[in-house]
Ligand binder design. Structure first.
Ligand code: AGP
Length: 612
């Protein structure tokens, strides 16, 4: 899970590559490297362990490297520890082939042994070095050009890759190949750009190609030709990126995460507006007709991390409103479970990036089984968006902070739309309830703004508890799903050990961890469960816990139990997650800031997990 960039034009490549990599650092940031060349000169390679700024300092922001063609890489280690040696680009023994790679080569050991038998030597522990040397091996063995050699290597490589490769004897161009890892190719007047994600090239061009799976491309100066794995030319359609580059910048906020937290009302509003038309829900853009909705008998939601938590909240809403069984599975489990799926099931895959390896594999498995699939995806043109039978785009815009916020909220909005429409089509709710639920959904963006207005109180609370070591989030029903997301936010950016527990389950073991001063957040947005959770909160308070309550305005009796309470505006219980999650996101954010941590790029994590 790394970021790659490439440039071929007439400007100084290294400066452009570094700038592009800075937009991809969310994909990995343990080391980085560049390879540039000018004309027939030898390729110059510079690598650095650590953040991209180390590489920038080493190259005087790229000015010290001369060349108009180059490739670059920012790494998140999979094979081999973070080090300069393992950083990309990697080179063949005689520097004939130089390349960068995003993805994972599953059979690299077997390929390495083959190459060792042919007298290749290895200086790194990476799978990438093996891929580069395999291309070199075929080039020498068959005395063929780059397209043929890359295609031969592709037929041997198992796993995922987005590769960018420079060949010593082809100074005017470089080559790319892709399978199951993202890559976009941008074309401008006299210059070409490649990147793992659109923001890295948006400054230069909006005209892009999304190279297909198992395709190869020759990248000239403002030109590109595509080939399939059989080396036959293929025609791809150029597409125009319509969203704004500004949207991917910080816009005056200290961190991307807090900016994205504030963008949530808009993300939800835009997403709702895409399917609520004249007071009715219209799912036709995702190809979900009423006849089709009526024919579904089971829903399986598959996702990872926060997207999985959206699935859990969605499960409660769909089951309650639609009365059909909903199963929610972690994609990494689903794909190896040999899941039981029937022809009348709908498999929903939720993913911000649309590139998460486990989610993509789950989608493919469902398709192989002949089950209809729906992708709820934020990144346009991503793998899940392209491969799912039906696609629902969340309109959250580019999300940069590793910890998701606005994409999560936009995904929830889609789940509400599906639940309400399914319920109506299947006769579970009448016209009046349908209209009320839609009207309530439309009030959410304004109510979210109200929650955000209260952020100073959370900031104060976070500063007070910035030394917390353990934290528990408890709730029942939807409040349990909210607790899971609140807990993940806390762990991933504040590094505070935290756990989410179904409030009624706590006393079956975990309560023994509660001692004097342990921070416990009780989430109580569901009227029918409010008193139950409140008594679970009282149980931990008796054992010394310091209690934060999170509930709706009006439930003031919670102050008899909680030491500190945050209120959210009243809404339908089905939609409470959208409002209740904001204080928990803010809590994680402000705690991370108070602890002086790197909020947007927490340690050991990457935004888009394109490896298993
Ligand atoms: C959440 O803050 C995390 N960054 C992570 O759990 C994320 O939701 C997960 O990796 C899934 O990513 P996706 O939505 O891009 O598939």
């Amino acid at each position: 899970m790394c970021g790659i960039v490439g440039y071929n034009g007439s400007s100084n490549a290294a400066e452009i590559l570094l700038e592009g990599l800075s937009k991809l650092e969310y994909r990995g940031y343990d080391s980085a490297g560049l390879a540039v060349r000018s004309g027939t000169n030898d390729v110059v390679i510079v690598k650095a362990k650590g953040r991209l700024r180390v590489l920038a300092e080493k190259t005087n922001d790229g000015k010290a490297l001369k060349g108009t063609l180059g490739i670059g890489h920012t790494r998140w280690a999979t094979h081999g520890e973070p080090s300069e040696n393992n950083a990309h680009p990697h080179v063949s023994d005689d520097r004939n082939v130089v390349g960068v790679h995003n993805g994972i080569i599953e059979n690299y050991q077997e390929l390495k042994e083959k190459l060792l038998r042919h007298d290749y030597t290895f200086y790194s522990n990476t799978d990438t070095e093996v891929a580069i040397k395999l291309i070199d091996y075929y080039m020498k063995k068959y005395k063929e050009g780059p397209i043929d050699s890359i295609a031969r290597a592709m037929t041997r490589i198992k796993g995922s890759y987005a590769l960018a490769v420079i060949f010593k004897d082809y100074p005017e161009e470089f080559y790319v190949a892709r399978k199951d890892s993202p890559m976009v190719i941008g074309i401008a007047e006299g210059a070409s750009f490649i990147a793992s994600d659109v923001p890295a090239i948006l400054k230069h061009t909006r005209n892009v190609y999304y190279i297909g799976n198992q395709q190869i491309a020759r990248i000239g100066k403002g030109t590109v030709e595509f080939f399939d794995i059989d080396r036959e030319p293929v025609e791809l359609q150029m597409e125009e990126v319509t969203w704004d580059a500004e949207a991917a910048e910080k816009g005056g906020f200290e961190h991307f995460m807090i900016k994205e937290i504030h963008e949530q009302p808009k993300a939800v509003k835009d997403t709702l507006n895409a399917f609520i038309k004249d007071g009715r829900i219209d799912l036709s853009e995702a190809g979900l007709s009423d006849e089709y909705i009526a024919s579904i008998n089971n829903v399986t939601i598959v996702a990872c991390g926060s997207a999985y938590h959206v699935g859990l909240a969605g499960q409660y809403v769909i089951e309650k409103l639609v009365r059909i069984p909903v199963r929610v599975d972690l994609a990494s489990e689903f794909r190896y479970r040999d899941p039981i799926l029937n022809a009348d099931d709908l498999v929903i895959v939720i993913s911000q990036s649309g590139e998460t390896a486990d989610s993509l594999a789950a989608l493919r498995l469902a398709k192989e089984r002949g089950v209809s699939t729906l992708g709820i995806v934020n990144v346009v043109g991503s793998s899940i968006a392209r491969e799912a039978d039906h696609v629902f785009y969340t309109l959250a815009g580019p999300e940069i902070a590793v910890a998701t916020t606005k994409a999560y909220s936009a995904q929830l909005a889609v789940m509400y739309g599906l639940a309400v429409q399914f319920a109506k089509v299947r006769g579970q709710i009448d016209e009046e309830t349908y209209a009320q639920l839609i009207a309530e959904m439309e009030t959410l963006p304004k109510k979210m703004e109200r929650v955000l207005e209260d952020k100073e109180r959370i900031q104060w609370f976070a500063a007070k508890y910035s030394n917390a070591k353990d934290m528990f989030f408890i709730g029942r029903g939807i409040d349990y799903a909210i607790s899971m997301e609140g807990s993940l936010k806390m762990k991933e950016i504040s590094y505070v050990h935290s756990e989410a527990y179904a409030a009624g389950e706590l006393k079956h073991g975990t309560i023994s961890l509660v001692e004097d001063g342990t921070l416990v957040v009780g989430v109580c947005t569901q009227n029918s469960l409010y008193e139950k959770t409140r008594s679970n909160m009282a149980e931990v308070k008796t054992r010394g816990a310091y209690l934060m309550g999170l509930t709706s305005y009006g439930n003031y009796a919670i102050e008899d139990t909680a030491d500190f309470t945050v209120y959210i505006p009243r809404t339908s219980e089905y939609f409470a997650t959208t409002l209740a999650i904001i204080p928990l996101q803010l809590l994680g954010y402000y705690l991370s800031v108070a602890r002086g941590l790197n909020v947007d790029k927490p340690r050991n994590l990457a935004k888009s997990v394109t490896v298993e």
